[in-house]
Write a protein that binds this ligand. Structure first.
Ligand code: FEO
Length: 399
C-alpha cells in the first residue's frame, strides 16, 4: 500500500519510516526509529529529490508509481550520496531508463563508486545553476561537508521550499504527521534532533554556518530535510538550534557530570558533587555514568550544557578507557567553548586528571577550572571542606 503525504500543491513526500534498524550507521541507537525522506514534484516535468535507504525500497517504489500513474520520471536530483538516501538510485534508473540524473561533479564521482555498473544520462550542475521544470524553477546550492563533500541543497523559488539534505534532519520516525508544527516538537523530537546533529554533523560546524549564511539570502517558507518532519512554521526556532549547535554555543547554562567508576567511589563523589551544586543554587544538572550511557547521548549533552565535569579513575596509567573514548570523540567532533572541571581517582600513581587536562586543553576555547579534585581510592567527610571549595569554584565560573 502506498503511503504519501502532500507537502504543497504538486509537491509530495514519498519517503518512509524505519522502526526495525537498531543502530543508525550501525553505531547510533534509534529507539524512536528514523524516517528517510524523499520528495516528488509533479510539474510539466516530474522530479524526484533523493531516494531512501534500501530497507524501505518496496514502499518507496510503490509511492512513486502511485503518484506518477502513467507519467514518466524525468529527473532525479541527488542532493546527498550517503546510502541512506542514494541506495535506490540504481533501481530508479533501471525502472525509468530515460531519466536524467542531476548532481554536481562530486556526486557523479560517488555514484560511479557506489554503482559502477549503471549507465544513465546526467546533468552536472554548478553553484546557483537553475533547472526549469515548468511553473517551478529549481536552484542548486552546494553545502560541502553537511554532511559529505558532495552535499548540496535544492531551492524551489515559487513556493520557497528548501530541500535541505541532511541539514535540519532528526532521528525519530514520522508517526502519521509530516509537519513539525503538528507535533510537540520539543517533547517528541528535540533530544533526537540534538543527538542526530551533534554526532553526525557536529564536527562540521563551519560548513553548517556557511550553509546557514547562504540560506539567509533565500526566501524560505518551507524546509524539507532528508530525515524527520518538514518545517513550514516557526522555522526560526530550528534555525536557531542549528546556529547554536554549529557555533558550539551551549544551549543551556548548566552542568553535565560525566563519571566513570569501577567500584562506586568516583560515582559517590559525582553524586555528592551534583547535590552540593544544587545546594549552591545550580538547578540544571545532569549526571551520567559513561559506562552505561551511549556515547551519542554523552556527545549530545556535551553540546547542550555550558559546564562539564569529568570524573575518572586512573586505568593502566591512563584515563579509564570508556571515558578516554568519550573525550576523544568530543575532540574529534570539534567541541568548543566549555567550562570543564576535573575529578580523578587513583589508589596508586593517579594520572587520569593530568591526562584529561592534556586532552581537553588541546581543544578550542576550553576553560579548565584550575582547582581539580583528586580522590585517593575513596572520599569521606574529612574532605567535605575541600569538596565544597571545588564546588564553589564551579559555581563561581557561572558568574
Ligand atoms: Fe542521512 Fe548523511 O545521510
Amino acid at each position: 500500500m502506498y503511503c504519501v503525504k502532500k507537502v504543497l500543491d504538486n509537491i509530495y513526500w514519498v519517503g518512509g519510516n524505519d522502526r526495525k534498524t537498531a543502530l543508525f550507521e550501525n553505531m547510533f541507537p534509534i529507539p524512536n526509529g528514523v524516517s528517510y525522506n524523499s520528495y516528488l514534484i509533479l510539474d510539466e516535468k516530474t522530479v524526484l529529490l533523493d531516494t531512501v535507504d534500501h530497507s524501505i525500497s518496496r514502499e518507496f517504489m510503490e509511492n512513486i508509481e502511485h503518484l506518477l500513474g502513467e507519467r514518466n520520471l524525468d529527473y532525479i536530483i541527488v542532493n546527498h550520496m550517503e546510502p541512506d538516501h542514494c541506495a535506490i538510485i540504481g533501481d530508479i534508473v533501471l525502472k525509468y531508463p530515460e531519466i536524467q540524473v542531476v548532481g554536481n561533479a562530486k556526486t557523479f564521482q560517488m555514484i560511479e563508486q557506489f554503482f559502477p555498473d549503471i549507465k544513465f544520462d546526467r546533468i552536472t550542475v554548478k553553484e546557483g545553476d537553475c533547472l526549469e521544470i515548468g511553473k517551478r524553477k529549481l536552484n542548486f546550492y552546494f553545502s560541502p561537508m553537511v554532511h559529505w563533500p558532495e552535499a548540496m541543497v535544492t531551492f524551489e523559488s515559487v513556493d520557497g521550499v528548501l530541500f535541505s539534505a541532511d541539514a535540519f534532519g532528526t532521528f525519530g520516525a514520522l508517526d502519521g504527521n509530516l509537519f513539525a508544527d503538528e507535533y510537540d516538537f520539543e517533547r517528541v523530537f528535540l533530544e533526537d534532533a540534538r543527538r542526530y546533529y551533534t554526532n553526525i554533523v557536529g564536527k562540521f560546524g563551519k560548513p553548517v554556518q556557511s550553509l546557514l549564511s547562504k540560506a539567509s539570502n533565500l526566501d524560505i517558507k518551507c524546509i524539507c530535510p532528508l530525515h524527520g518532519p518538514v518545517w513550514r512554521e516557526n522555522i526560526g526556532y530550528f534555525v536557531d538550534k542549528y546556529n547554536k549547535w554549529s557555533s558550539y554555543e551551549a544551549e543551556e547554562k548548566g552542568v553535565m557530570i560525566a563519571y566513570a567508576s569501577m567500584y562506586g567511589n568516583t560515582e559517590n563523589v559525582a553524586n555528592a558533587l551534583a547535590f552540593m551544586l544544587s545546594e549552591k543554587g545550580i538547578k540544571n544538572i545532569k549526571v551520567y555514568d559513561v559506562s552505561t550511557t551511549h556515547i551519542s547521548q554523552l556527545v549530545a549533552d556535551t553540546f547542550k550544557y555550558s559546564h562539564i565535569v569529568l570524573a575518572s579513575p586512573t586505568y593502566n596509567a591512563g584515563i579509564y578507557p570508556i571515558m578516554e573514548n568519550y573525550i576523544r570523540d568530543i575532540k574529534a567532533l570539534n567541541v568548543q567553548n566549555k567550562t570543564v572541571a576535573i575529578v580523578d581517582n587513583g589508589t596508586w600513581a593517579n594520572t587520569a586528571g593530568k591526562q584529561m587536562i592534556k586532552e581537553i586543553s588541546e581543544m578550542k576555547n576550553m576553560n579548565i577550572i584550575e582547582k581539580g579534585f583528586s580522590i585517593l581510592s575513596s572520599v569521606n567527610k574529612d574532605r567535605e571542606n575541600e569538596l565544597n571549595e571545588f564546588v564553589d569554584e564551579i559555581v563561581k565560573s557561572f558568574e
